[in-house]
Write a new protein. Structure first.
Length: 130
């Protein structure tokens, strides 16, 4: 198996997972979205454990790219959650009361995620020296 086939499979699974979440939210069948997400993560884990890839998967450049993409994705999710939470809380003031709790939950999760990220960042800076 080549590294290219591995990436193609991963992209297809992730796109399918994202589409299932979107379809589940639109149709109201969130159970379907959760099942597809769990199934997709399981497929990725099983596929990577059982398939032998011809080239080495990780070198130093791949690790740097992975670290940068993970950090960018985390910042996007945390920022998006905080923004969406703020919007949902604001909607409470113009009459959309049912969304207030979801807004507070998103804001709290964004803050906790940022706190955990910052804690690990400081820890690894101390361990590896900077």
């Amino acid at each position: 198996m080549t590294l290219r086939k591995n990436r193609i499979f991963s992209v297809i699974v992730v796109i399918t997972m994202g589409a299932s979440v979107a379809i589940g939210m639109i149709t109201g069948y969130l159970t379907l979205a959760v099942l597809f997400s769990i199934g997709g993560l399981g497929a990725l884990i099983l596929y990577r454990r059982t398939s032998a890839i011809e080239k080495p998967i990780h070198d130093e450049r791949d690790l740097l790219i992975d670290a940068k993409s993970s950090t960018a994705a985390l910042r996007l999710v945390l920022g998006g959650s905080a923004f969406l939470g703020s919007v949902l809380i604001f909607l409470n003031y113009i009459g959309y009361v049912p969304y207030e709790q979801a807004g507070f939950t998103l804001l709290i999760l964004a803050n906790v995620g940022a706190l955990i990220h910052q804690g690990y960042l400081e820890h690894y800076k101390r361990v590896y020296g900077e």
